[in-house]
Design a protein around this ligand. Structure first.
Ligand SMILES: Cc1ncc(COP(=O)(O)O)c(C=O)c1O
Length: 456
């Protein structure tokens, strides 16, 4: 092992949480270029997972972003929102609102996806409070979901592995089933199921009492917890109707799916439904710097401004001019290069080729997702959908084989009751080409073959 790698490993081992999880972190991420990442020895990896799941949109080390950073840094990197008008944040709010669904007219900034989820939970509550309904405080969410690691965000997260050690610290808020057709929680089939999983929200609100419920939060298309579950066409229209019936706000968490990854600027648009708030982060500035944004429906924003009921929330570094300049440069690139429309087309290619190249594998139970977001569920028995024993950590094994062959994917677990089920997902930068998609899928195909020799 090189001295540099040894020193870096020793130093990072002092960072608590750094080595959490079973991923075997044994290489320095030295630099990136387009869709590729390079380690300390110059070995190249195709970044098929886009950083973590779907973090990178425009590719690594884009010189246009570097230029925007330098220009902004030479002017001002931070100014406090209470004392100054932050011009870049204003510009970014306008830009985000322009590409958002038409009901979104207001914006609030944070420094991460988790912190934006916190803002959404608090804004939902303060809105209900100011409207004279202070009891409306509970946020309902779904099992097999991820909304962040801070305590409010973790309270609405349904990913058991992330929650289980912090149970006593979390709000005991209720969760409904995930709309996962491949593993229908009711053992029904679509369409004869009549989308029972969506009506679970109505049942839960009735049980809890609608006077106590402020909001429902969901990822329009699942991320890490389900590896890209896509609900059926009727699902969100039903959810919207139920929320309206009970005066419950609908928060769409688009941290992964926003910024055009699924072929529309925001994934909820695929269902023709308006959310009351959209949480976005990751792709909106390609994670070049920390940033998150909450997009807010006009009636909520107007209520706060017209009644002078200030939203009592903010972070010192939220929407700092530097991160906003980065995001403006990233949005420029996404728009000028027509990436959202391209993602829709390229997404069809990705999903078709993934089916052609991977579905013959005896361990590939399901391939799902939309646009440049794709998930694969691994099973021991394709007929019965029996999962592998969790101790085998099969998702991580496939990830490690693929990684050795130069392709990064993102393994997760827990799609079955939070404790079983293995998946991996891919969410490449938008600049990926068809040839690079084929290369990545060929590596995954080979990796699955190798893994199957070990386990079947
Ligand atoms: C859907 C979703 N929401 C929220 C978060 C939390 O974002 P962050 O890690 O930036 O706090 C994530 C992160 O992966 C996510 O995928």
């Amino acid at each position: 092992m090189s001295t540099r790698l040894q020193r870096a490993k020793e130093a990072t081992s002092k960072i608590l949480g750094q080595a959490a999880g079973p991923y075997v972190v044994d290489a320095i991420c030295d630099h990136g270029e387009g869709v590729y990442l390079f380690d300390q020895d110059g070995k190249r990896y195709l970044d098929f997972s886009g950083g973590a799941a779907g973090t990178n949109a425009i590719g690594h080390a884009d010189p246009r972003v570097t230029q925007a950073v330098v220009e902004q840094m030479n002017k001002i990197s931070h100014c406090f929102r209470v004392l100054w008008i932050n011009e870049r944040a204003g510009e970014l709010a306008e830009r985000l609102i322009k590409v958002s669904p038409p009901n979104m007219k207001w914006c609030n900034f944070a420094c991460s996806g988790s912190a934006t989820t916190e803002a959404a939970i608090k804004l939902a509550y303060q809105y209900q409070l100011e409207k004279g309904k202070p009891e409306k405080s509970i946020v309902i969410s779904r099992w097999q979901s991820y909304h962040g690691n801070t305590l409010g965000a973790l309270s609405v997260t349904g990913m058991t592995s992330r929650r289980v050690k912090f149970g006593p610290l979390l709000f005991p808020w209720p969760k409904i089933v995930a709309p996962l057709c491949y593993r229908c929680p009711y053992d029904f089939s679509y369409p004869s199921c009549n989308v029972r999983c969506a009506y679970a929200l109505d049942e839960m609100i009735n049980q809890v009492g609608s006077r106590y419920v402020s909001a429902f939060i969901a990822e329009p298309i699942g991320g890490a917890a389900t590896a890209c579950m896509v609900p059926v066409a009727e699902y969100y229209p039903i959810i919207r109707e139920i929320c309206d019936k009970h005066d419950v706000l609908f928060i769409a968490d688009e941290v992964i799916t926003g910024a055009g990854r699924t072929g529309k600027w925001f994934a909820i648009e695929h269902w023709g439904v308006n959310a009351d708030m959209i949480i976005t982060a990751k792709g909106m500035n390609s994670a070049y710097t920390p940033l998150g944004a909450l997009l807010i429906d006009d009636r909520i924003g107007k209520f706060f401004t017209e009644t002078d009921a200030q939203f009592v929330h903010g972070y010192t570094m939220a929407g700092n001019p530097l991160s906003c300049a980065v995001s403006l440069a990233v949005l420029d690139i996404i728009e000028k290069e027509g990436m959202v429309e391209r993602n829709a087309r390229l997404g069809e290619y990705l999903h078709r080729r993934a089916r052609e190249k991977l579905s013959h594998h005896p361990t590939v139970g399901d391939i799902r997702g939309k646009g440049l977001l794709i998930g694969v569920e691994l099973v021991k028995n394709k007929e019965t959908k029996e999962p592998f024993a969790p101790t085998l950590k099969v998702g991580v094994r496939v990830y490690l084989i693929a990684r050795n062959k130069g392709c990064m994917i993102y393994p997760t677990t827990g799609v079955i009751q939070g404790v079983m089920g293995d998946q991996f997902l891919a969410a490449p930068p938008f600049i990926i080409t068809e040839d690079q998609i084929d290369t990545a899928l060929d590596i995954i195909d080979e990796s699955l073959t190798e893994f199957e020799k070990e386990v079947l």
